[in-house]
Write a protein that binds this ligand. Structure first.
Ligand code: ZN
Length: 260
């Protein structure tokens, strides 16, 4: 995609890193231009008027000018700062996790209104103090689908038969479910309870409201989280650049990504 010389777009700040003495490079996610890096000049100076509008997770309106190596931010205005999320480490860590997953999954400069709105809806749900785990599981399942990694949950990927209501298996390597006979003896697949399979199918086929109406007991929630997490790790591991992120996923400590 060739970008215009000067353009205005709504964006969510996925992450930021320092550049030189006073600048930052921001990774922005936009509905029309996809993910792109942009330089924010002088934004680390105390006199900067832009810095408050460009914190990670902020939804903002930015004016971008095409630069030699990357876009330069010519102006910006925060639209939603998600202050409620920033005040609560539990919510903040989940929101940063969602932003980082988007950063890892989406390619640069590829339009995707659907994934953009998925991230925005996820941030708004986290801000509303809804059940944060359900919000994230729904986000993960949809992001996998948008990225072309929809897991198979109806049939056995070995023998192609419909799954029976017994304990089946989930195999990250195969990309979905295996029946007990086909999973037998191999190391990768993990047991998938009948209820976990039901909830995962609802995550895949239902709306967020269908999911929100469900009271998922903690143990079941953890089982589903493990299956989805292991699948995400498997998918991202194909990309060596994601290695550091996968380590953080494994340690489950995302607070370190906050740059103060
Ligand atoms: Zn089978």
């Amino acid at each position: 995609m060739t970008l215009p010389r000067l353009f205005k777009t709504e964006a969510i700040v996925l992450r930021q890193r320092k550049l030189g003495e006073a600048d930052r490079i921001l990774t922005l996610y936009t509905p029309t231009y996809g993910k792109l890096d942009a330089k924010a000049k002088g934004v680390r100076k105390t006199t900067s008027r832009m810095s408050g509008h460009l914190q990670p997770l902020t939804r903002c309106m930015v004016q971008l000018a095409r630069g030699r190596s990357m876009e330069v931010i010519a102006g910006c205005q925060a639209l939603e700062s998600f202050a409620v999320i920033r005040e609560d480490l539990q919510r903040l860590s989940r929101a940063l996790y969602a932003a980082e997953l988007v950063d890892r999954f989406v390619p640069e400069h590829v339009e995707s209104h659907a994934t953009y709105h998925l991230l925005l809806d996820t941030l708004r749900r986290l801000a509303q103090a809804l059940d944060a785990d359900s919000v994230l599981r729904y986000f993960e399942m949809r992001l996998l689908e948008h990225s072309g990694f929809r897991p198979e949950l109806a049939r056995c990927l070995g023998c192609e038969r419909q799954l029976q209501p017994v304990t089946n298996y989930f195999s990250p390597g195969a990309g979905g479910t295996l029946c007990p006979e086909c999973a037998g003896g191999t190391a990768g697949p993990r047991p998938l309870s009948v209820n976990a399979l039901k909830v995962m199918r609802l995550l895949q086929r239902g709306s967020y409201n269908d999911m929100a109406r469900l009271q998922v007991p903690p143990e079941l929630g953890q089982e589903i989280e493990r299956h989805l997490r292991s699948y995400i790790v498997h998918v991202l591991e194909r990309d060596v650049n994601a290695a550091a992120f996968i380590e953080r996923l494994r340690r489950d400590a995302l607070f370190e990504t906050i740059e103060v």
